[in-house]
Design a protein around this ligand. Sequence first.
Ligand SMILES: [Ca+2]
Length: 198
Amino acid sequence: MQLVRWSKELFTTNKNTFNKIHLIQLKMNPRIIIISILLFAIIAPIFGQIFYPKYKTNKKYHLMILKTVNWFTAYSHCRSLDMSLVSITSKEENNRIIQQIEDEGRENSDFWTSGTKLSDNVTCEWMSTGKRFTFTNWIPGEPSDYEMEHCIHIVGKNTIMMYQMGIQNLHKWNDAPCSIEKHFICEQQLIEYEYCTN
Ligand SMILES: [Ca+2]
């Protein structure tokens, strides 16, 4: 029995020593370290793309032309569809919307935006985002009325002809009473995953 116990102790001691030596070799071997770093550098972005793919948000616009409604109804109708009454924050976005109005042959219509002065009669804000205007496309002389005209719309051909504004003002902005009924534009936020689309 004593011999067996000594053999076990000897084996255990040698095994630990063997493991320690290999562990030290593994730790110190620069080739293994470099290969590990290279493998990590290659694999990490792949896993990153799978679990955290890059994405960007984009807007899709919907011209709501089935009926004309006041500004409040337009706002709530877009929300009921999980969209927002449109906010126009740049020249590029403005051009995209105008292009879509023309592509769909709706140049005659006025369209409500979420632009409003309801908060203090003076400050123009996008109700859908709560942000102030950073880009504007007013008809010259507009906004004109700080007492009665609190909501902002895109001007169509019918209004231009009615008020003899001049065709150069087509698709520019005007403030008008929120109770007037007009068509409107809802915007939908879309998320585009670059990994999935490539
Ligand atoms: Ca006006």
